[in-house]
Design a protein around this ligand. Structure first.
Ligand code: GDP
Length: 175
């Protein structure tokens, strides 16, 4: 069967994580296959759609990109409520952002949809020479918390489509 044929599934997906980890850039890379060094900060939240074609289905994501600034944090539940999937982003060159990601995962597991599929994205993988978070540490945390984990680069596109495809596959299986 040609890829992308068959069933079309719609899922709400939210991006969470500290400010400047690259959430908007990941969305722009996935949706438009572009990258901007000076991505405008997201105010509140932005909404975009994009599909991934699986072998027997098309998964259409309704993507909510949230602002990471502390002053918007209280708005986050509004965006992750009803989300079937969440990408929690940290910056591999910023240890503090990994701690931030862990607190987002905890919040999602406590207050998000009980079946929410969570993926942890270690972004800026192109800057691996300045790495402050080891892949193995994040992978161990992800396994202990039953969440997906991938290192990505919105800048050079590494693993960005793969991340969404992997989430799409999990969503399709549990839908
Ligand atoms: P957000 O606040 O989490 O949405 O972060 P942005 O998407 O606005 O990105 C913050 C900064 O990080 C910008 O200067 C981007 O150009 C930069 N950036 C985002 N993704 C990457 C990446 O994969 N690699 C590198 N080197 N820089 C990135």
């Amino acid at each position: 069967m040609a890829s992308g044929t068959g069933r079309v599934c719609h899922f709400k997906l939210v991006l969470l994580g500290d400010t400047a980890v690259g959430k908007s850039c990941l969305v722009v890379r996935f949706v438009r296959d572009e990258f901007f060094e000076f991505q405008e900060p997201t105010i509140g939240a932005a909404f975009l759609t994009q599909s991934v074609n699986l072998e027997n289905a098309t998964v259409k994501f309704e993507i909510w990109d949230t602002a990471g600034q502390e002053r918007y944090r209280s708005l986050a539940p509004m965006y992750y409520r009803g989300a079937a999937a969440a990408i929690v982003v940290y910056d591999i060159t910023n240890k503090e952002s990994f701690n931030g990601a862990k607190s987002w995962v905890k919040e999602l597991q406590r207050r998000g949809d009980p079946n929410v599929v969570i993926a942890l994205a270690g972004n800026k993988a192109d800057l691996h020479t300045k790495r402050r978070v080891e892949y193995e540490e994040a992978q161990k945390y992800a396994e202990e918390n039953c969440i997906l984990h991938m290192e990505t680069s919105a800048k050079n596109a590494t693993n960005v489509k793969d991340l969404f495809r992997e989430i799409g596959e999990v969503m399709y299986v549990i839908d």
